[in-house]
Design a binder for this molecule. Structure first.
Ligand SMILES: [Zn+2]
Length: 250
């Protein structure tokens, strides 16, 4: 084969790998519809990598080690190489699901110092769940065998602040604020910072919703060792604090 042909083939493979990585590694809310289209294809199922063998407790430790590096500005930026991209061509087996706010200051791959294929990330303002979010989590747990689900609230969350202040917003924003209302009620009478209290109550409540979600996730704790953990991110220190230890499903 001529050198030119080799080079063309290599570039074509690179482009193909790049496209697959982008589709499978970024599961933000904005890409949800794209993800579910892929999920619907039979070929996608058959291309999944072997089951993840990272148990929930080790996954949590790996996240916290990465966050320690980030908070100390000693990041290693793992899994960002061309070789990693190639490795992921055949499928993904992320070791943790992160449900975080869409806030631009809280990007999970950065604050946990992780790379391509490591985290299955779902982002939505206020880190709340609806059927689409639960469906994405079910996909990761059921088909990628991911064992840890971490719900990440954060300081000075705009969505939570608006909900606590009882803001009335036009359009779809109001439905998001309504979804946060149970967390506002749960934290209303707590002493201290009302917004941060609500952030913490919301992360815990959403973690509970995921644990108790029927018919898929509720059974996965006992059967598969899946754990759901709530956590809080501090904007100033960059530290993530686990709000409760890994909690078995009921
Ligand atoms: Zn937020």
């Amino acid at each position: 084969m001529a050198p030119e042909e080799n080079s063309d083939n290599a570039q074509q493979e690179d482009r193909l790998a790049d496209r697959r990585v982008r589709i499978f590694a970024i599961a933000s809310r904005n890409y949800c519809s794209c993800l579910l289209l892929i999920v619907a294809s039979a070929t996608a199922w058959s291309q999944q990598a072997p089951a993840s063998d990272v148990p929930a407790n080790r996954a949590l430790a790996r996240l916290m080690e990465g966050n320690d590096r980030y908070a100390q500005a000693k990041e290693q930026h793992p899994d960002e190489t061309l070789a990693r991209r190639k490795e992921l061509e055949g499928g993904q087996h992320p070791f943790a699901v992160i449900l975080s706010c869409a806030d631009s200051r809280v990007p999970p791959e950065l604050i946990f110092d992780q790379g391509l294929g490591d985290l299955f990330v779902i982002r939505v303002a206020g880190n709340i769940v609806d059927d689409d979010v639960l469906g994405s989590i079910e996909y990761a747990v059921e088909h990628l065998q991911t064992k840890l689900i971490l719900v990440l609230g954060h300081e000075k969350c705009g969505a939570v602040s608006a909900a606590v202040e009882g803001a009335k917003e036009p359009g779809h924003l109001q439905s998001l604020l309504s979804a946060l209302q149970p967390s506002v009620e749960a934290s209303r009478n707590l002493p201290g910072d009302k917004i941060h209290n609500c952030v913490l109550a919301n992360a815990r409540r959403v973690a509970r919703q995921i644990r108790e979600s029927e018919p898929i996730l509720k059974g996965f704790g006992q059967k598969q060792g899946v754990e759901v953990v709530a956590a809080d991110y501090a904007l100033d220190s960059g530290k993530v604090t686990v709000l409760e230890e890994a909690h078995p499903h009921p």
